[in-house]
Structure formats: structure tokens, C-alpha cells
Design a protein around this ligand. Structure first.
Ligand SMILES: *[C@@H]1O[C@H](CO)[C@@H](O)[C@H](O)[C@H]1NC(C)=O
Ligand SMILES: *[C@@H]1O[C@H](CO)[C@@H](O)[C@H](O)[C@H]1NC(C)=O
Ligand SMILES: *[C@@H]1O[C@H](CO)[C@@H](O)[C@H](O)[C@H]1NC(C)=O
Ligand SMILES: *[C@@H]1O[C@H](CO)[C@@H](O)[C@H](O)[C@H]1NC(C)=O
Ligand SMILES: *[C@@H]1O[C@H](CO)[C@@H](O)[C@H](O)[C@H]1NC(C)=O
Ligand SMILES: *[C@@H]1O[C@H](CO)[C@@H](O)[C@H](O)[C@H]1NC(C)=O
Ligand SMILES: *[C@@H]1O[C@H](CO)[C@@H](O)[C@H](O)[C@H]1NC(C)=O
Length: 433
């Protein structure tokens, strides 16, 4: 690593010589040895499954529909170590991939299933399955040497079949979805003494991945970091593997992704590749914009409504309850009982409510005295301002009723002079109040 940081003059010369040879080979064969995309508008990627380029220039690998796959490949293959005359040389075959991605899931914990960057012998992944197979294999060819792919998976679903370590991991997969090496997503932070920092893949945050294969040292290394951060010095994952035993002279580079039973969408915003040279830097200022997170089900209510609505409903329920109680109380308080004797004697009837108000609620202040089995109150009728006297007899007082019945002539005379006299006796009954 230190030799890369402080290259010697010899290394500089070797590097220029390397570039010269590459340049000549490119001139002679017309072969591209790198590409870089910041957004994918007007590109010719080979798309398959649900993968699309959005109008904004995003590569959308899956679209939120369950159990589907998406593939996207660079339209032309790449050749390792071709000579000017087109024959392959037994040179160390190296390459580097870099990309910026974002994964949307309704919840990071329930997300399906993941995406992978792929370098493979073929771009035909039609005989594969979605869900845990990531669109890379099917249910009977895992580990088959005929698969001929090298992939780095960003796995957002915990799957026992492929011995996943968790539902948020990065893994190196060679013909097999049981990773050669894997790690919980994160990075070794150069600005914090190289301490490990967790990252959540399905956070819908933009992150960058670097995948490098050094054929001379048979070394694979994978790094991940938040956007705007340089490639961490210490890779997240590394492993020793001779990929020349897996990949042919000609390789296709691309992506694969799949969904399961949860809404998830995988986006690639920028992508670069270099064969036998580093991946060109992606200009992150030119990346397309991510869409607003798609929503599932009813729109969540605004915070204001969330707080105000329960209070308003509670107040409404209380108000209705209080009104009902008041009305019931009022009804009970002024409840009337029409007795048989009233129809016989009563040319006129005063409501209990009027009498109640006339005597100011049968206040002691209005008490005139005690009549037979009842108190007598003075009062003023609310409308006519007529002065009256009211005898109050408990409804349950059988004796009071009897007495009243016995003095019915008295009652008659009272009732008879009712309109002109200031004193008037009235049976008023109350229930509970
Ligand atoms: C895409 O392909 C078309 C037709 O093959 C070609 O005309 C165009 O230049 C290509 N665009 C790019 C960006 O490669
Ligand atoms: C995703 O793509 C599939 C196949 O093209 C389509 O049937 C489905 O409706 C799409 N889903 C969304 C949410 O657009
Ligand atoms: C191709 O070129 C390489 C060196 O660049 C040389 O060793 C090889 O013999 C050549 N092969 C043919 C068939 O000309
Ligand atoms: C892809 O491979 C399948 C067999 O796995 C084959 O049937 C199909 O024709 C191939 N597609 C292309 C475009 O080559
Ligand atoms: C990082 O994630 C791992 C795995 O989920 C967990 O065990 C660890 O506690 C986390 N570390 C921090 C600092 O959050
Ligand atoms: C996995 O990667 C880590 C980090 O680079 C490394 O320390 C470890 O040795 C690797 N394990 C294997 C089995 O390659
Ligand atoms: C990698 O494997 C290829 C093919 O088997 C072999 O020719 C080459 O020497 C190996 N490379 C290293 C560095 O071991």
C-alpha cells in the first residue's frame, strides 16, 4: 500500500510504459479498456427483466414489484490482456469496478433481496431466479463451475440457505451465493483511526462501492463508503482467489438484482470500470437525482394532524358527552308526572321547570312554611311575573297524596281562583334532584 502512496521514479516509468502499451493495444484492436457513467441517460446498456433507465437517468434494477429480477450489462464485452494482433497473453488479468448505488426498502429490516455487481463469461442470465437467488443462479445450479461469474453482493435479506451472516451484508460470490468472504455493511473510517462504522445498505442513502482484482497477486478487495468519501484505505473485504480459473478471456460487466416479498428498489447512479487499470473516478456532482421515496399504503398523516386530531376528537367526544349528561340532568330535573287527579281538576298546569325557576330552585330563602306533608315556597312565575305559593310534596309520599285527595275541594278552590289569585298551590314532584 505504501508503494502506491509514494511511487518511486521506476514505478512512474513502468506506469507510463504500461499506459503506452495499453494505448497501442487500444489503437490496434479498437478495444475499450474502461468506461465511466455519471447517470445513464442516452446510454446503450443491455437491460433485462424489470431493469430500466428512468427519465432522470437512473439505472433502476428493480421496480418494487415482488419476486422479479433485473439485469443491466455494458453493451460490449471486455478482453483481458489482448495483444495488438488479437491473441490472448498469459498476463496478469486485473480489473476494477466502482459504482454509486441507493437501495430503497419500506423498512431496512424487511427488505428483499439485494443487488450485485457482476463480471461474468456471459451477459445472458435468463436462466436464473429472483428472490434469494439474486437473478444470478437458479434453484439447482448454485456453485456450478459452469456459472462462470464473479459477483459482489449487497445483500439486504438474511437467507440461511446461503449462510448469510445478517440482512445487511456485503459478500464476495464466485459461482456460488455462499460468499467466499462477507462482512456486515460498513467501512474502516480513515478520519477516525480506522475504526469500523456501520452502514445500512437499504437506507436509501447514496453509497459508493469499489471492487478491485489484482491478477498478479490474485487479490480481490471490496470497499464501501458513504457518498462524498474517498475509498477507505483498509478494504471492507478481501480474499485471495485466482479469477483466471473462473473467467474467460472475454468478460461482460454489469449488475443483477432481485426482489422477494417486500417492496424494494435498487438504483445505480454512477458506474465506472477499468480493465488492467483503475476504475475512472465517477463525477458525483453529475449524478442524477434519486426520486422521493415511493410510498406504500395510505400516506402518513402530517405531524400537526397527528397531534391535533386526537385532541380535537377527544374534545369533541367530551363535549358531546357533557351535552348529553346536561340534557339528561335537565330532563330528570324538570321531569313531570301527570297524575289522574290533574285531568280531573286541572284547568291549568304549570310545568315543574317554571315552578322550579319561580321558587329559585326551592331555595330555603323562599320557604313560607310547612303545609300538610310538604313545604310551601313563595315564588314569582317567570313569564307572567305572577306571585305564587308552591307546596312541594314528595312523589313517594303516599300520605301527602292522600291528604291532597281528601282536600280535593280545597284543591278545586285553589285551582278555580288560579288565574286571579296570587297564591296558588300546586303539587310538584321531583325524582332524584
Ligand atoms: C447507442 O447505440 C446506437 C445504435 O447502436 C448508437 O448510434 C449510439 O451512438 C450509441 N450510444 C452510445 C452512447 O453508445
Ligand atoms: C414493474 O415491472 C413489471 C414488469 O414490467 C410490471 O408488471 C410492474 O407493474 C412494474 N411495477 C411497478 C410498481 O411499476
Ligand atoms: C502476437 O503478438 C505477440 C506480442 O505482442 C507475439 O508474442 C505473438 O507471437 C503474436 N502472435 C501472432 C499469431 O502473431
Ligand atoms: C440465453 O440462454 C438461454 C439458455 O440458458 C437461451 O435459451 C437463450 O436463447 C439465450 N438468450 C440469448 C439472447 O442468447
Ligand atoms: C454494527 O453492526 C453490527 C452487526 O449488526 C453490530 O453487531 C454492531 O454492534 C454495530 N456496531 C455499532 C457501533 O453500531
Ligand atoms: C475477509 O476480509 C477481511 C477484511 O479484508 C480479512 O481480514 C479476512 O482475512 C478475509 N477472510 C477471508 C476468509 O478471506
Ligand atoms: C491463475 O490461473 C491461471 C489458469 O489456471 C494460471 O494460468 C495462472 O498462472 C494463475 N495465476 C496465478 C497468479 O497463480
Amino acid at each position: 500500500m505504501s508503494s502506491i502512496k509514494h511511487p518511486t521514479l521506476l514505478q512512474h516509468l513502468l506506469f507510463f510504459f504500461f499506459l503506452l502499451v495499453l494505448g497501442l493495444s487500444e489503437l490496434a484492436t479498437g478495444q475499450q479498456d474502461q468506461f465511466v457513467y455519471s447517470g445513464f441517460a442516452d446510454t446503450n446498456l443491455t437491460l433485462d427483466g424489470v431493469a430500466t433507465i428512468t427519465p432522470d437517468g437512473l439505472l433502476e434494477l428493480t421496480n418494487g414489484t415482488f419476486r422479479l429480477r433485473g439485469h443491466a450489462f455494458h453493451p460490449t464485452p471486455f478482453y483481458f490482456g489482448k495483444t495488438p494482433n488479437g491473441t490472448a497473453v498469459q498476463a496478469p488479468r486485473s480489473f476494477a469496478v466502482s459504482y454509486v448505488f441507493a437501495i430503497y426498502c419500506v423498512q431496512a429490516q424487511t427488505c428483499g433481496h439485494g443487488m450485485a455487481s457482476v463480471v461474468a463469461a456471459s451477459s445472458n442470465f435468463s436462466d436464473t431466479m429472483p428472490t434469494q437467488y439474486l437473478g444470478l443462479i437458479n434453484d439447482h445450479n448454485n456453485g456450478d463451475p459452469a456459472n462462470r461469474f464473479f459477483a459482489v453482493e449487497l445483500d439486504t435479506n438474511w437467507n440461511d440457505e446461503f449462510k448469510d451472516i445478517n440482512n445487511n451484508n456485503v459478500g464476495i460470490d464466485i459461482n456460488d451465493l455462499v460468499s467466499v468472504n462477507s462482512s456486515s455493511a460498513g467501512y474502516y473510517d480513515d478520519s477516525n483511526e480506522g475504526n469500523f462504522q456501520n452502514l445500512t445498505l437499504a437506507s436509501y442513502e447514496m453509497m459508493q462501492v469499489w471492487v478491485e482484482y489484482d491478477g498478479g497477486r490474485r487479490q480481490i478487495s471490496v470497499s464501501l463508503a458513504p457518498i462524498n468519501m474517498a475509498k477507505p484505505t483498509k478494504p471492507l473485504l478481501s480474499t485471495s482467489y485466482n479469477l483466471s480459473t473462473v473467467l474467460p478471456d472475454m468478460v461482460y460487466v454489469g449488475f443483477s438484482a432481485s426482489t422477494g416479498s417486500f417492496d424494494s428498489r435498487q438504483y445505480v447512479l454512477g458506474w465506472s470500470f477499468g480493465i488492467n487499470r483503475p476504475a475512472p473516478a465517477i463525477d458525483i456532482t453529475k449524478l442524477p437525482k434519486l426520486p422521493k421515496p415511493p410510498r406504500q399504503g395510505p400516506k402518513p398523516r402530517s405531524k400537526v394532524l397527528e397531534i391535533v386530531l386526537p385532541i380535537v376528537s377527544a374534545a369533541f367526544v367530551l363535549a358531546v358527552g357533557a351535552t348529553v349528561i346536561l340534557l339528561v340532568r335537565r330532563r330528570l330535573r324538570y321531569a313531570e308526572l301527570r297524575e289522574d287527579w290533574e285531568t280531573e281538576f286541572g284547568p291549568h298546569r304549570f310545568s315543574y321547570k317554571d315552578l322550579f325557576h319561580a321558587t329559585k330552585g326551592f331555595k330555603n330563602k323562599n320557604l313560607l312554611g310547612f303545609g300538610g306533608f310538604g313545604k310551601v315556597y313563595k315564588g314569582v312565575l317567570p313569564k307572567s311575573k305572577m306571585k305564587i305559593a308552591v307546596k312541594r310534596i314528595s312523589h313517594d309520599s303516599k300520605q301527602g297524596m292522600k291528604e291532597f285527595g281528601a282536600n280535593s275541594s280545597c284543591a278545586t278552590s285553589f285551582l278555580g281562583i288560579g288565574w286571579n289569585e296570587t297564591l296558588f298551590d300546586r303539587m310538584a314532584r321531583q325524582r332524584h334532584f
